[in-house]
Ligand binder design. Sequence first.
Ligand code: FAD
Length: 325
Amino acid sequence: MLGPVILAASRSDKMRRFVSAAPGTKQVVDRFIAGETVDQVVTVIEDAAGRGLELTLDVVGEDITTPEQAAAARDAYLELIDRLKDLGLGTRAEMSVKLSMFGQALPSPTATLDGAASGPAGTLLGGHDLALANVRPVVEAAAAIGTTVTLDAEDHTTLDSMFAIHEELRKDHPETGCVIQAYLFRTEEDARRLAAAGSRVRIVKGAYKEPASVAYQDKAEIDKAYVRILRILMEGEGYPMIGSHDPRLIAIAQELGRKAGRKPDDYEFQMLYGIRTDEQTRLAAEGHRMRVYTAYGTDWYGYFMRRLAEKPANLLFFGRSILTK
Ligand code: FAD
């Protein structure tokens, strides 16, 4: 029952201020967030690469309110891609982006322009178009160093826009990936459409607070849906990316992959930085491609709260660390 309460708190400014200022927060945040700057995260990137793990990097931040912040998010990814190029790690790390951070939720008429976010003949861009204009240079820069971008899935109201942007980006960069969420009723149909040759699709359970009108609420129902979708992806022609720490689902994915005649590198596993790290190393040692979703940056609140909501025991750990400070 705690999960939905924590997810509701993740949208509250008051809670954001309280959690950010609480003594002991940093200690818990550090478990899930690899650092605040590109410089800090470089060590983590090099260490993971040295252990045979691949990465998908997420510059945290989602609740932006101005086009300037959206442009800054774009620039943060471009800076990151430059660093990966300098490090020669372009082929071992891809990017995960949240379109909300690129301006997807901004209202069109009030949005003003800057640089690459401008449309044809100086039209004002906002919302969907602004997010597309901001993400495109990131996808192009990633492709130039031999890597890719995956569009994260946010709450269900954003998904039609996300899939439309994904389709648009794939015209020039078919390797651009996207995420689908097993808890949503719509996802089996999305999976069927996306399981085509050349596609890269990450399947996850889903991390947002969604109403019963659009999403399964019961964990067992979500797991069953996850398996049905896994089957569609594994039997399809695309490249499935299995985002989960759930040992049962990982074993089922391996079995479905084997039955579909896939070799271990015809799909990949993905887990979050700081969660089940032994299992990450074990799967990589078994010959699987294991990609660690590594989040960094200063605006960690929303990402952090979703990690607390997934496992309420984390809240206990968090509470203890506040009390012992
Ligand atoms: P669970 O049943 O939640 O967890 C299985 C086990 O993993 C738990 O028993 C526990 O041991 C461990 N575990 C799981 N979560 C935690 C945690 N926070 N802290 C400590 N231990 C934990 N969701 C979206 O909605 N959109 C996205 O774009 C998205 N991208 C993701 C990318 C990756 C690579 C991953 C791994 C997840 C992503 N998620 C995303 C989150 C996802 O939807 C789930 O909320 C999350 O993965 C927990 O589900 P699970 O499959 O690990 O299973």
